[in-house]
Design a binder for this molecule. Structure first.
Ligand code: GLU
Length: 471
């Protein structure tokens, strides 16, 4: 009987949701949805010093924004300490883990000696029980750690869903610490190490498929050995390559935005982020644009890229522009309203924002760009002197003045505005390409805009008259 597919994403709340984690979350989610399984969110908060509630909130917000809905969670590791202790005791009783009383100073000395002899540094197993081996009495007043009794020989092999067959010798890895004592004087339970907590959780949560970054490949043999020691069924692992920045180096904070939140704030749409992230490490033929539903339909765990993908802001902008065009205007209006609010511009008239979004969205790659355009209606514009000099010439000023007079009294709609502009052109023997740029520069602050009558109709009459006042 095959078990139900269960995947998880397990971010550590030590910062925002990283793009790489968002991508593995997406793969885990899509895989579970494709196979009618379940997707779990687990918060790995055992790094107590660096975990914050604020990061937890950011992770939850980003998951929500991306629409990666989970069937269980968020589960918090720090709420499961008793369980890790219980499993550690079980392993000690079974002889697959043991207590080790080495002090940090002793461990340092051990490593120094190994280095001096040109050996690989590793725990030398001095507290590991063995038949016929006499262990010293535990030193008084020292709280022991619990270590895995790692198989000393043989290989750990698995068929990685992304990388294919991987095999690592047990001689490469040592007796990992599973559990540390609680800090001196603390009454609480000690905290497990990453590898131990992951294994207990993946086991308890019946996780069948683990997608994660390939920086964890070296942890996987330990995790497999712990699972074997527990007699647990192994999940299948898929290690996704890192995402490279534009410069070919690891995508990092120092070289641009790496958080999902930053892209949300910069005006990208979640469906564009999902589409772009999905393609960054996975393909379905030549398809570049696809919906969430298509992704779920197509994502069966095959066609995952073995080599790292490079972050490409131009492509992301292209994908986003596609979804901007497809987005409906009321939604865009709400997003533009939020963007403007962040800039301190409060706009209540959603109808106006909707009409403005419809007019400008085709030329924008992001909601932030759309807000730049829409802002011209609400915020004073500052035309560049050279543009004023080029377009607002002696030849057009008389026509602008008479147009201004008409604009003060006519009906304020697109056909009437178009007729008034046409009349001004005829009366002053000008052509549209002479008058329109002048109007644009004065009213909109830039010489290139969508059709001027449609644009003027968006503005309040008083704003247009005020901007034409000084000619
Ligand atoms: N907390 C780990 C991380 O964020 C999870 C790794 C895993 O998925 O096992 O990298």
């Amino acid at each position: 009987m095959t078990s139900k597919v269960r995947t998880r994403i397990a971010p550590s709340p030590t910062g925002y949701l990283h793009l790489g984690t968002a991508r593995t979350a997406l793969y885990s989610w899509a895989y579970a949805r494709h196979y009618g399984g379940e997707f779990v969110l687990r918060i790995e908060d055992t790094d107590v010093a660096r975990s914050t509630q604020d990061s937890v909130q950011q992770i939850l917000d980003s998951m929500h924004w991306l629409g990666l809905d989970y069937d269980e969670g968020p589960l918090f590791q720090m709420q499961r300490l008793a369980r890790y202790h219980e499993v550690a005791e079980q392993m000690i009783a079974a002889g697959t883990a043991y207590r080790c009383w080495c002090s940090p100073a002793e461990l340092d000395a051990m490593r120094e000696g190994q280095r001096a002899r040109g050996e690989k540094t590793r725990y030398d197993g001095r507290w590991r029980p063995a038949p016929g081996k006499a262990l010293p009495p535990p030193p008084a007043g020292v709280q022991p750690v619990v270590r895995l009794a790692n198989p000393p020989r043989g290989h750990v092999s698995w068929n990685d869903l992304v990388k294919g067959p991987i095999s690592i010798s047990n001689e490469e890895i040592d007796d990992l610490i599973l559990l540390r004592p609680a800090p001196d004087g603390s009454a609480g339970l000690g905290v497990p190490t990453y590898n131990f907590a992951v294994v207990v959780d993946d086991w308890d949560m019946a996780i069948t498929h683990v997608f994660r970054g390939d920086e964890h490949i070296n942890n996987t043999p330990w995790q497999i050995n712990i699972l074997r020691a527990l007699g647990a069924k192994l999940p299948q692992y898929g290690h996704c390559p890192i995402i490279l920045g534009e410069d070919g180096l690891k995508l990092s904070k120092r070289r641009g935005a790496v958080s999902v939140t930053a892209y949300e704030e910069a005006g990208y749409l979640p469906e564009a982020m999902l589409n772009y992230l999905a393609r960054l490490g996975w393909s379905h033929g030549d398809d570049e644009l696809f919906t969430r539903e298509q992704m779920v339909q197509w994502f069966d765990g095959s066609h995952l890229a073995k080599s790292p993908a490079q972050w490409d802001p131009a492509k992301l902008a292209w994908v986003n522009a596609h979804y901007m065009k497809a987005a409906d205007d009321p939604r865009l209006a709400g997003l533009v309203q939020q963007q403007l609010a962040r800039r301190g511009v409060a706009v209540e008239d959603l109808g106006l924002l909707q009409r403005a979004s419809a007019l400008f969205k085709d030329r924008c790659a992001t909601v932030a760009e759309l807000a730049d355009w829409v802002a011209m209606i609400f915020v004073a514009v500052h035309p560049r002197p050279e543009e004023l000099a080029t377009h607002v010439t002696e030849a057009v000023v008389p026509a602008l003045r008479s147009l201004r007079e008409r604009l003060a009294v006519i009906e304020w709609d697109k056909p009437t505005l178009a007729a008034a502009i046409k009349d001004a052109l005829a009366a002053h023997q000008l052509k549209m390409p002479q008058l329109a740029p002048a109007l644009r520069v004065l009213v909109c602050g830039r010489a290139q805009t969508p059709s001027i009558d449609a644009l003027l109709a968006l503005f309040p009459r008083a704003t247009v008259l005020a901007r034409l006042q000084h000619i």
